[in-house]
Design a protein around this ligand. Structure first.
Ligand code: NAD
Ligand code: LMR
Length: 328
């Protein structure tokens, strides 16, 4: 194997998602079976020992594509020359913490990480923010990296997209692979809008086979509140499915989406569909040549418009809150 390894930085590497993610990357699931990878694990000092344990297990996996693993608590070291930055580590919400406290705590993480990406990352760096509140954390990081093209900063709504595909397939009793053109709009939060207006099942409009009441009373809240349902059932937030969605997001971004289909990702708005420019918002997207493109020209009916606007309003509130805190 003669290719130069791709450098992939994973923050929060000793956490739950990190534990599920790193082995998939090492196995070649994210970038393909012929692309060697060098991993950089960023953790806070207290978790470095646990990250070392994970690195020992990565060694023991004897992955032919894994060219090395470095561990650090210094963001400048972690992002030095990085091609793909997966920002997973975040401060979780603790007892008595308000949303504003969480935004502030995470601003303290994602601002400096954005600045380290600006200072040290490779020219082709691509960033995926997973740590919550993912959209606004991505906005904070992006604003601290002014020389990196804004579109290189994304936040993850692929897990919501996958949840939507699976829920439709399960309801209709069809294989997941038969369902296409589902879209997630807005924030990765309970206000998100999982949209089936343009969805197809085996190439035919899904709407013809779905009750309006099922869509509004089951599908939309079921997808939007699935994260909370997983926490309730597992006693911890989703980890393996989140890691799997990271793999899907980066694979599609770098290798391209399937012809005729789209997926969902949160990226800085270009003003499409009335979403204020710069807001990191989920859209239906395709990828080609390493660039995301928002699917253009979709008809947005009144119901969809109201749902999109509600989630965008929450994103604007979050943006204004972090601006008021001096974080962007
Ligand atoms: P976790 O608590 O198991 O792990 C988080 C890790 O991040 C910890 O090891 C912690 O030490 C580390 N960390 C904290 N601050 C850091 C910093 N400044 N630099 C580097 N590392 C730091 O959490 P998890 O289950 O792995 O989840 C991680 C994040 O992903 C959470 O914010 C969670 O809410 C979010 N999440 C997002 C999605 C999504 O779809 N976007 C899905 C699931 C979880
Ligand atoms: C998820 O969607 O599973 C995560 O973002 C966890 C959460 O808080 O919902």
């Amino acid at each position: 194997m003669s290719r130069t390894p791709v450098t992939v930085t994973v923050t929060g590497a000793a956490g739950q998602i990190g534990y599920a993610l790193l082995f998939r990357i090492g196995a070649g699931d994210m970038l393909g079976p012929d692309v060697p990878v060098r991993l950089r694990l960023l953790e806070i000092p207290q978790a470095l020992k646990a990250a070392e344990g994970t690195a020992m297990e990565l060694d023991d996996g004897a992955f032919p594509l894994l060219a090395g693993v470095d561990i650090t608590h210094d963001a400048r070291v972690a992002f030095d020359g990085t091609n793909i930055a997966l920002l997973v580590g975040a401060r979780p919400r603790g007892p008595g913490m308000e949303r504003g406290d969480l935004l502030e705590a995470n601003g303290g993480i994602f601002g400096p990480q954005g600045a380290a990406i600006e200072a040290a990352a490779a020219d082709d760096v691509r960033v995926l923010v997973v740590g919550n509140p993912a959209n606004t954390n991505a906005l904070i990081a992006q604003r601290h990296a002014p020389s990196v093209p804004a579109g290189r900063f994304t936040a993850m709504t692929r897990l919501d997209h996958n949840r939507a595909l699976s829920r439709v397939a399960g309801h209709l009793g069809v294989p997941v692979a038969d369902v296409s053109r589902v879209a997630i709009w807005g924030n990765h939060s309970a206000t998100q809008y999982p949209d089936l207006t343009h969805a197809l099942v085996a190439g035919e409009p899904a709407a013809a086979r779905l009750d309006r009441s099922w869509i509004e009373d089951d599908f939309i809240p079921g997808v939007a509140k699935r994260g909370a349902a997983i926490i309730e059932a597992r006693g911890a937030s989703s980890a393996a499915s989140a890691a799997s969605a990271v793999i899907d997001h980066v694979r599609d971004w770098t290798l391209g989406t399937a012809p005729g289909d789209w997926t969902s990702a949160a990226l800085p708005s270009d003003g499409s569909y009335g979403v204020p420019e710069g807001l990191v918002c989920s859209f239906p997207v395709t990828a080609e040549g390493g660039e995301w493109r928002i699917v253009p020209g979709l008809d947005i009916d009144d119901f969809s418009r109201a749902r999109i606007d509600a989630s965008v309003a929450e994103l604007i509130e979050e943006r204004d809150a972090v601006a008021a805190l001096g974080l962007i």
